[in-house]
Every structure is written in C-alpha cells, then in structure tokens.
Design a protein around this ligand. Sequence first.
Ligand SMILES: [Ca+2]
Ligand SMILES: [Ca+2]
Ligand SMILES: [Ca+2]
Ligand SMILES: [Ca+2]
Length: 301
Amino acid sequence: MLNINYKITLSFISILAGGVMLLSSCSKKDEQTPTDPEATQPIRPVTDLSKAYVTQLFSYNPAPGQFINTSVGNTEAAQSVLNGKNGLVSLGAFGGSIVFGFDHTVLNVDGKEDIVIYANAATGSAEPGVVWVMQDTNKNGLPDDTWFELAGSATNAAGYVRNYQVTYTRPDPVTGDVKWKGSLKDSGLVKTNTFHKQPYYPEAVTAASYTLQGTLLPSTNIDANNPSFITSAPFNFGYADSTPGGDKVDIGNAIDDKGNKVKLNGIDFIKVQTGIQFNLGWLGELSTEVRGIADISLEKL
Ligand SMILES: [Ca+2]
Ligand SMILES: [Ca+2]
Ligand SMILES: [Ca+2]
Ligand SMILES: [Ca+2]
C-alpha cells in the first residue's frame, strides 16, 4: 500500500517538474521576442477570475437634485452600483458624474458595442448620460490619465457643447431651489418639489458654490408641450439612462477633446455624466441614474 502511494507521489512530482520546465522554456522564448507594440495593450488581460461588472468606485460628484442626500444620492448609493446591475445612484442635474473601474481592461471589439450601462429609463423618460472612457496609460491603477468621450447620435447636433460648465450655489435656506449659472451666459434653478424635502445641494460639498464641467447634450428630444407631463425621448444611440433594459456603447466611438476620433484597444475606467440641464416640472430635474455597468464580452445573462 505504502509503496503504491509513494510511486503515485513520485510521478505527480515529475509531472510538476515537467510543467515547471515547460514554463521556464516559455519565458525564455518570450525574452527573445522583440517588443511588440500591440502587446502593450490590453494593460490588464482578462483572466478566469475577471468580473463582468465594474468593481471599483473612484468618485461620485453629483450635481444638486431631488435625490441627492437621500438613499439613492449618497456614497452608499454610488457603491451599490458595483458588482452587479441592481444598484441605484442618481447623478443629479447637469454635470453630476460618477467614475468606476473594471478589474481588467475592457477590450474594444471591432464593429461591436463593448459595454452595457443599466439604469432606470422607461419609455418617454430618457435622462441621457454622456459616457466617458479612460485607459490606465501610466499603469498606476488610478483614473488620472485622459478621458475620452464616447460620441453618440447627438454629437455635434445643434445644442451639443463640449466643455460646458455650470456653477451651482448653495441656497439659503438650504432646502430652497438651487441657482445655477452656465458658461453660455445661461442660468436657472434646480427646483425643489413636494416629494423630496431634503436639501438638494450635496452635503459633501463644503464650499458655498461649486462648478461642474462636461458635455452638454441638446434638449431637443424633450417634449414640454404638455406641462403636466413632460416627456423625454432617447437619442438614437450612445447614452446612458435612455433605453429600457440598458444602453450599449462602443469604445470605437471614442473622441478626444477636439472631437477627433481616437482608436483605443481597450479601456480601464468609465465615467457617466448627466448630459442635459432641464426642469421636467413636477417630475423634477432631469438627472441621469446608473444601476450597473458591465463588459458585454464577460456578461453571462
Ligand atoms: Ca467596439
Ligand atoms: Ca492611471
Ligand atoms: Ca433621474
Ligand atoms: Ca433615470
């Protein structure tokens, strides 16, 4: 008995040794291969352990809104989006944003959408969020590199403005309407409603005013002809919180800050930003929500 066990153990060790030899011969071969520029991407390859959904929250920087400082507009809400598609966070009015990371580099599959963003859009209630992506170019695991907007069907349409800025001022009393001033010399109010009585100005913002910047999308799909029920139709493609069931976006649509196309082999970080400044009457301000974000190639439905 003992003898048989001994033999099995010995042959197991020799299999292991063979494996180690195979590995070492592989790495020797790799050392001899000249550096292939394509091999530098993706930065973090997909493994058997890679997760489909975003795994890291880097920042939550909301604009004022009716859900801010509630259970769907605080840090816990932002974290609820991680690792699945049943969380819920509101980004508030124009410019509110959230930044997540994947545990691997999401590859840009040619000619196909790569990422799906789940939100809470119903028919006639699109609240388009602009989607941005980033590669971890300096490989430090942090989103401190360059953001690229994913162009959608509203890019360059009348009313589309890159680098639009809005400054929000804390009201006095703090539960009042929130004044905003835009960089197009425009201004308005994030109006309070009777359904949500808490302060709309983010409690995490200690300054008396703060400025958010992003891409402004046209308000042309909003129908305010019936003031008692304002509807918002989705754009054809490219924006979060627009389509019931989720919105798919293509890394192949990345553009730089001048609007030029950029070829990205893959991305590590994603940002969603409320794209429209609009008061929807009793429905409150237009504010993008997010429930979950996934790498389509890894998602098992
Ligand atoms: Ca693609
Ligand atoms: Ca980085
Ligand atoms: Ca909303
Ligand atoms: Ca929504």
